[in-house]
Design a protein around this ligand. Structure first.
Ligand code: ZN
Length: 248
């Protein structure tokens, strides 16, 4: 099965549409969404529309989705994230808010090879930054390949019997193509569609093929200035517009 993997879209419809144009339906059979459809960006309704139209075989919630859907308050958020999520709560249509509220918590088992989570396998809100975090996540994983998001950094951890190493990233992951080795386990972050933070401002996504077992990390250029214009027009914090151009 071939999957398109999307994570951390964050209301950035320009970035999402560029990814969907660059990676058309002929390249995959099913879509996986790792959470944070909304928050930060100016197009939460447009993004939820697109994702629902793609009919993902598995989609889970992120921390911003939970707050935007009214399942949690934004107390743990910093000032910028909280003001953006408050804007998002107001902007979301009741139907789309209900869709976000109905997204399950990760981890979700996709098939015999894959599982997905937003943050980590044992806690949907935990961050996986380094090898120590990755080892903990893999201890709780129930499939050989686990896809995660939340950090907005495209990264591949490769766990063999002897060691864990970073097989790709952070930074310069465009076009990385890796074949899964027998007996190894993988923890893979496709990167963020709508708000990359690994120094590459291009939208990030991944293609995973479970037979024979490969992952491809992709970066897609999009109209950052248009996304910035919409962010400012919505009255969202200026920092959110600026960081799109930096990929930080
Ligand atoms: Zn996020």
């Amino acid at each position: 099965m071939r999957y398109l993997v999307l994570s951390d879209i964050h209301g950035n419809l320009d970035a999402l549409d560029a990814v969907l144009a660059a990676l058309p339906g002929s390249r995959y059979d099913q879509v996986l969404v790792l959470g944070d459809l909304v928050g930060y960006g100016p197009d939460p309704n447009g993004v939820v529309d697109r994702i629902r139209a793609l009919a993902p075989v598995a989609a889970i919630r992120g921390n911003h989705d939970k707050v935007a859907a009214g399942l949690e308050d934004g107390e743990s958020f910093n000032t910028v994230a909280r003001s953006a999520v408050e804007w998002t709560v107001e902007a979301l249509s009741p139907e789309h808010r209900a869709y976000l509220a109905g997204l399950p918590a990760g981890p979700v088992l996709v098939d015999d090879v894959l599982e997905i989570c937003h943050g980590s396998t044992f806690d949907e809100d935990a961050y996986v930054f380094d090898e120590i975090d990755a080892l903990r996540a893999l201890e709780s994983a129930r499939r050989p390949v686990c896809l995660f998001g939340h950090t907005h950094v495209a990264l591949i951890f490769d766990r063999s019997e002897e060691a864990i190493e970073i097989a790709a990233g952070p930074g310069d992951t465009d076009g990385v193509h890796l074949t899964f080795a027998p007996g190894h386990r993988y923890l893979i972050n496709p990167g963020s569609v709508g708000q990359p933070r690994d120094g590459d401002p291009r939208a990030a996504a991944a293609l995973v093929d479970t037979s024979p077992g490969t992952v491809e990390l992709c970066r897609v250029s999009y109209d950052v200035e248009e996304a910035q214009r919409k962010t400012r027009l919505a009255g969202l914090p200026e920092m959110l517009a600026r960081r799109l151009a930096l990929g930080r």
